[in-house]
Design a protein around this ligand. Sequence first.
Ligand code: AMP
Ligand code: AMP
Length: 333
Amino acid sequence: MEFRIATYASHSALQILHGAKLEGFKTLVFGRERVKPLYTKYFPLADEFVPGEYPEEELIEKNAIVIPTGSFVAHLGVERVESMKALYYGNKKVLRWESDRSLERKWLEEAKIKTPGVIEDPDDIDVPVIVKPHGAGGGRGYFIARTPEEFWEKAKGLGINAKEDLGKVQIQEYVVGVPVYPHFFYSKLNEELELMSVDKRYESNADAIGRIDAGQQLKIGIEPSYTVVGNIPLVLRESLLMEVIEAGERIVETAGRLMGGLWGPFCLEGVITEEMEFVVFEISARIVAGTNPFIHGSPYTWLRYDEPMSTGRRIAREIREAIEEDRLNEILF
Ligand code: AMP
Ligand code: AMP
């Protein structure tokens, strides 16, 4: 039976469906009824819309290959994704490694990638830190502190009143640098890593604070927050490309040892400091929404392909090639 490409209606679904159609697939999107017109009327890319957060039976019946996105995993939860029975593109074992900050750190460290220092005891805070609740989506709930007192005061907002509650958060050194999010694609079929594109995020209110003068900032007492509103394309200084690509190569190689591999799209989320060092604070082991500005391809995909190549289309192409070569079982979980 013919395969379809399916995804959850949010995040990067428009791009995924668009890429799937270009590669000749029938498409299916599932999700909240309210957003249906987005995928069927305003951007008519879905051959079919199925209501529901994960309509398993229909997906199986229709031979649909589900492409996971940040929204899909956030809405369903890691456990339900791990036990889902529909066809799934990627390695489900990476989910544990990226959703647990300590495991994620081990992965980054084994790949010899620089990460921000972690402070175990808030009473040791003597540099600016950023405090991150586990499993927070899109930077919600983060706060910045400079002293132990400031930490304890602000942590109350997260229900942390004593050291026993610290399991809920990770305290990282605040790294001063500009945010950079390179997007990769690792082809398991060709055993090749591709740099697809790079973005930076447009975050409220972190990107709003600079619009108010410093005097006013202090008077109003606003705290930076990092809720993603959109994504802005970026082209890196060419002398940084090797460093970024080598980091991607090491992440893939280490994943092979730790969790049986990482394939398909992924992203390293970090900052580049004034010493030109790439410090990574997070791995996203699937398509990130930062690839959305590149539906018609990016400067980097243009250097490799003579046709517009989005990450969504690259996924569909890999699946199409796997079907043609009878190797689909190698790339689905
Ligand atoms: P949504 O379904 O769009 O509300 O997003 C669900 C999850 O994906 C949340 O964890 C979001 O923070 C994350 N997310 C959505 N859009 C983006 C984006 N453009 N950049 C980064 N994360 C995003
Ligand atoms: P994340 O959810 O980990 O991608 O982080 C959300 C935002 O918080 C990023 O876009 C950065 O602006 C900021 N951020 C996260 N971790 C750090 C860090 N260790 N140092 C400086 N800024 C950070």
